[in-house]
Design a protein around this ligand. Structure first.
Ligand code: NAP
Length: 302
């Protein structure tokens, strides 16, 4: 049996698309590589999604899922997409569990945290190096941690880490943060947070676990050592789009028009994995709704 729409990805964009396609009475399946939620699952505090003054990513994603299930969306987890074959009016979504026939596809596969590329980084993953403060912050109670990056992820997660750690040092390669102004203000006002400006981490070192990072000041070229128990890395996102043969930018983000149509008819995109000026839960949800309605209109025309 062929689906009308297969949605790839169970984050806010995919679940919003799921709600809209089910309300359009389409035969739809959402497939998710790991578990429902996506990147927001590793977000402790969400305070910019309208209607929710303060919530957690996990709680919000549970609500999105319940909402999609209420309208009868079929969801399959732990299914990885390996490719999409375009056969004109039919597409074949290739997965770890076999092939799925569908008339339309919505790619909402999100992103994965980028690795820093510093010496020692990969050796210490799980032994002091982490990409998820919500998952691992608990292990750093009363410890010193370094956070690398100057975007919203680095700053909000640094603030979160101050709940456990005794000291958080943000290492940023410039002297200005990229994060939202309100997040910056909160970080500057937090007495547990200090900054190493204009600095890059060259090496993460220790014996069994992380003990220090070697940091180079890019203006003076001076190399210095920061003693630390953990390093949390937030240096941007890599789109999960390798399986999709559609037009992308040089970073692998999918290019779409305002209707979320990609370069291939019948394949739509939504959320963080597309080229977009803003990656927020609110924008992902908006993209998902548009992609779903565009898919519905496309299906009416074929
Ligand atoms: P991001 O905005 O791309 O920021 C990445 C940061 O890492 C930048 O400060 C960048 O420095 C730095 N960086 C990149 N490569 C580096 C390298 N090789 N060495 C050292 N530093 C490096 O990524 P993000 O913070 O993960 O955020 C992704 C998106 O999600 C953004 O659109 C963000 O607004 C959104 N987000 C929003 C919230 C929120 O609103 N509360 C929370 C989390 C994420 P430069 O600044 O010099 O480029």
């Amino acid at each position: 049996m062929a689906y009308d729409v297969v949605i790839i990805g169970g984050g806010p964009a995919g679940l919003a698309a799921g709600i809209y396609v089910k309300r359009a009475m389409l035969n739809a399946l959402l497939i998710e590589k790991i578990g429902i939620g996506g990147q927001i699952l590793i977000t402790d505090l969400v305070e910019n999604y309208p209607g929710f003054l303060e919530t957690s990513g996990a709680d919000l994603s549970r609500k999105f899922e319940q909402h999609a299930l209420k309208f009868g969306l079929e969801i399959k987890s732990i299914v990885e997409v390996t490719g999409i074959e375009d056969r004109g009016e039919m597409k074949v979504v290739k997965t770890s569990e076999g092939d799925l026939d569908t008339k339309a596809v919505i790619i909402a596969a999100g992103t994965t945290p980028r690795k820093l590329g510093a010496k020692g980084e990969l050796n210490f993953i799980g032994r002091g190096v982490s990409y998820c403060a919500t998952c691992d912050g608990f292990f750093f109670r009363e410890k010193v941690v370094v956070v690398v990056g100057g975007g919203d992820s680095a700053i909000t997660e640094a603030i979160f880490l101050t709940k456990m750690a005794k000291k958080v040092i943000i290492v940023h390669r410039r002297d200005k943060l990229r994060a939202e102004k309100i997040n910056q203000e909160h970080a500057f006002a937090n007495p547990k947070i200090s900054f190493a400006w204009d600095s890059v981490v060259e090496e993460i070192a220790g014996k069994q676990v992380v003990e220090k990072v070697m940091v180079r000041n890019v203006k003076t070229n001076e190399l210095s050592e920061i003693k630390t128990d953990g390093v949390f890395i937030y240096v941007g996102l890599i789109p999960n789009t390798g399986f999709a043969d559609v037009e992308k930018d040089e970073g692998g983000f999918i290019i779409a028009n305002g209707k979320m149509e990609t370069s291939v008819r019948g394949i739509f995109v939504a959320g963080d994995c597309r080229v977009t000026p803003l990656r927020q839960i609110a924008t992902a949800v908006g993209d998902g709704a548009i992609a779903a309605v565009s898919a519905e209109k496309y299906l009416e025309g074929i």
